[in-house]
Design a protein around this ligand. Structure first.
Ligand code: ADP
Length: 396
C-alpha cells in the first residue's frame, strides 16, 4: 500500500511517501517555517532536490503544498492524490490509553487531546497535522502511531514513580517512555537476527540528539530510560537527563529563574552541550576532545558512562542479555561512541570487534564471533513502522 507518513511539529512538517511492503520511498520532504513564511524541500530519489518558498500560514497550506508537489507533472510522483491509500501520523504522546496504533476517528482525536498536558509541545502540533489532512483529504483513512505505545508493556514497578500514589491515580504521572517506534523496530529486527528464539533479552540504544535505552524481553518493553517526558534518562545532546530535583530549587533560588527558564536550561542548554560548552553534536565533541579539549572529553565520558550504567541495569532486570543494539544518528554512525560504551563490559559477555565496528549507517554485527552477547548496528526506520501499521489497520 502507498502510504503518506507525516511527522508534524509546531512550525515544521516532515513527510515521506512510501510503500508499506518493502519500504520503497517514492518521495520525501520537509515543510519549514509554518506560521512564519513557509519553505518546502522535496526530494525524489534520482532527481535533484526541489526547494520552494510557499506561504504556509497554517499546517493546512503545508499539507496542501505537499499534495500539490506530489501530483505536479514534473516534480511529482503520482498523477492523483487518490493514489495515497492512507496517511500515517507520528504522535508523540498516547498516554496510557494507547498500547498500539489506531485509526483516527473522533474518539482517537479526543484521546490525543486528553494527552496534551503530557505532551504540551508535540501533541498540539501532531493534531494540527491530523486536522489538516482530515480537511484536505476527507476520504483518505488516517492512522496515529504513538511514540509511547511500545513501552506500555512495562510492569508497574518500572513505570511507577516513588511519589504519592494519588498523582498516578488522579493525574497519570508515570513513566511513559519515547522513541517507542524505533525501539520496537530495531528490537524486532535484532530478534530476527538472533534467529527468532523463544526467549530473548535485547537492550536497544537509540542514540541521537534525543536518546533513550529500552530493555526488551521476548519482544516486550520491560523498562526504558525516558519518563513522563523526554527530558529523563541519561544526558543527551542538549537535555540533562535525570537530575536531582534539589538542583532546581537551588538554582531557581540563587538566580531567580522561574520554572520555565529552569526547564529551558535543562532541555536546551544541558547534556553534552552543557558539560562541554562546545556543541551538542558528537562529531564536534570528538574533534574537540581529540584536540585536547578536556570538557569535550568529559562530556563524551559522562555520556558513555551513563549509557553503560543503563546497560548494566537493564541486563540485571532481564537476568542477562542476548543482544545490544545501537541505532539513530550517533548509534548508527559513531564507532568511537560504540567503543566507549562497550569497552569494559567484557565481564558481561560483550566483546566488540574493533574491525567490524568500523562501519556506519548500515546493519552490521559488530561483536566478535566468541562474544556471548551479540552487538548490532541496526539503522532505525520509524517511517516504515508507521507505514506498516497504517497499512495493516486500513486492511482490517
Ligand atoms: P534526532 O534525535 O534529531 O533524530 P539523529 O538520530 O539524527 O537525531 O542524530 C543526530 C546526532 O547524531 C547528531 O547530533 C550527531 O551528534 C550524531 N551523529 C551523526 N553522525 C555522526 C558521526 N559520524 N559521528 C558522531 N556522531 C554523529
Amino acid at each position: 500500500m502507498k502510504i503518506l507518513v507525516i511527522n508534524a511539529g509546531s512550525s515544521s512538517l516532515k513527510y515521506q511517501f512510501m510503500e508499506s511492503e518493502g519500504g520503497e520511498v517514492f518521495a520525501k520532504g520537509l515543510c519549514e517555517r509554518i506560521g512564519i513564511d513557509g519553505r518546502l524541500t522535496h526530494k525524489v530519489p534520482g532527481r535533484e532536490d526541489v526547494k520552494m518558498d510557499i506561504p504556509m500560514p497554517t499546517h493546512n497550506e503545508a499539507i496542501q503544498s505537499v499534495l500539490d508537489i506530489m501530483v505536479d507533472p514534473e516534480k511529482g510522483v503520482i498523477s492523483s492524490t487518490d493514489e495515497i491509500a492512507a496517511v500515517g501520523h507520528r504522535v508523540l504522546h498516547g498516554g496510557a490509553a494507547f498500547t498500539e496504533s489506531c485509526v483516527i476517528d473522533d474518539k482517537c482525536i479526543e484521546a490525543i487531546k486528553k494527552c496534551i498536558p503530557l505532551g504540551p509541545l508535540h501533541n498540539p502540533a501532531n493534531l494540527m497535522g491530523i486536522e489538516a489532512c482530515q480537511k484536505i483529504m476527507p476520504n483518505t483513512p488516517q492512522v496515529a502511531v504513538f511514540d509511547t505505545a511500545f513501552h506500555m508493556t512495562m510492569p508497574p514497578k518500572a513505570y511507577i514513580y516513588a511519589i504519592p500514589y494519588e498523582y498516578y491515580e488522579k493525574d497519570d504521572v508515570r513513566r511513559y517512555g519515547f522513541h517507542g517506534t524505533s525501539h520496537r523496530y530495531v528490537s524486532a529486527r535484532a530478534i530476527d537476527l538472533l534467529g527468532n528464539p523463544a526467549h530473548s533479552r535485547v537492550i536497544t540504544c537509540h542514540l541521537g540528539n534525543g536518546s533513550s535505552l529500552a530493555a526488551v524481553q521476548d519482544g516486550k518493553c520491560m523498562d526504558t530510560s525516558m519518563g513522563l517526558g523526554p527530558l529523563a534518562g541519561f544526558p543527551m545532546g542538549t537535555r540533562s537527563g535525570d537530575v536531582d530535583a534539589t538542583i532546581l530549587e537551588y538554582l531557581m533560588g540563587r538566580y531567580g529563574y522561574d520554572i520555565k527558564e529552569m526547564l529551558t536550561i535543562l532541555n536546551k542548554k544541558s547534556g553534552v552541550l552543557g558539560i562541554s560548552g562546545v556543541s551538542s553534536d558528537f562529531r564536534d565533541l570528538d574533534e574537540a576532545a581529540a584536540a585536547g579539549n578536556e570538557r569535550a572529553e568529559l562530556a563524551l565520558e559522562k555520556f558513555s558512562y551513563e549509557v553503560r550504567k543503563y546497560i548494566g541495569a537493564y541486563a540485571t532486570i532481564m537476568g542477562g542479555m542476548d543482544a545490544v543494539v545501537f541505532t539513530a544518528g550517533l548509534g548508527e554512525n559513531s564507532k568511537e561512541m560504540r567503543e566507549r560504551i562497550c569497552t569494559g563490559l567484557e565481564y558481561m559477555g560483550i566483546k566488540l570487534d574493533k574491525e567490524k565496528n568500523n562501519t556506519r549507517g548500515k546493519e552490521a554485527l559488530i561483536s566478535t564471533d566468541d562474544s556471548k552477547v551479540k552487538v548490532f548496528v541496526i539503522p532505525t526506520n520509524e517511517e516504515l513502522v508507521i507505514a506498516m501499521d497504517t497499512a495493516a489497520l486500513c486492511k482490517k
